[in-house]
Design a protein around this ligand. Structure first.
Ligand code: DAT
Ligand code: MG
Length: 151
């Protein structure tokens, strides 16, 4: 089992796409274990995007992610990180496959709707950054025997 951190960015929230985006992850079989709605502080945004500090797009990226409410999710499943990244699509929506969230709803890199952790170390770091341990819920999903071969 793997965990990943997903954010519906302010454009996704403002455009009323939160339900559609959550639906796609749920339909895929990823299990929601945490969810919160908040306006990220600049400090939180800076820690989240620390790896991009100094790049030309960094100031705009911080302005964008702190510009309004976001929906933050922790998802769990086998290969959850890669599965979620594939459901989200390539960073630049122009290159994202049709059928992916960015490929279906985005057209510019600076408004690409969703964040998903890019590897196990990043996921662990990001989950700890956005969620307190007690905010992650342990629960049995009754449909798991139809979604997961081994559960
Ligand atoms: P991803 O969000 O697909 O993991 P990333 O981690 O490389 O992509 O970059 C984080 C965000 O920064 C990305 O979602 C959009 C923005 N970004 C990345 N590269 C960019 C670029 N060349 N120009 C403008 N914005 C960019
Ligand atoms: Mg990234």
């Amino acid at each position: 089992m793997e965990r990943t951190l997903i954010i519906v960015k302010p454009d996704g929230v403002q455009r009323g796409l939160t339900g559609e985006i959550v639906r796609r992850f749920e339909a895929r079989g990823l299990r929601i274990i945490g969810m919160k709605f908040m306006i990220p502080s600049r400090e939180l945004a800076a820690r989240h995007y620390a790896v991009h500090e100094g790049k030309p797009f960094y100031p705009g990226l911080i302005d964008y992610i702190t510009s309004g409410p976001v929906l933050v999710m922790a998802l769990e499943g086998p290969g959850a990180i890669e599965a979620a990244r594939n459901t989200i699509g390539k960073t630049n929506p122009v290159e994202a496959a049709a059928g992916s969230i960015r490929g279906d709803f985005g057209i510019t890199i600076g408004r690409n709707l969703v964040h998903g952790s890019d590897g196990p170390e990043t996921a662990a770091k990001e989950l700890a950054l956005w969620f307190e341990p007690h905010e992650l819920v342990n629960w049995q999903r009754d449909t798991d025997r139809w979604i997961l071969e081994d559960n």
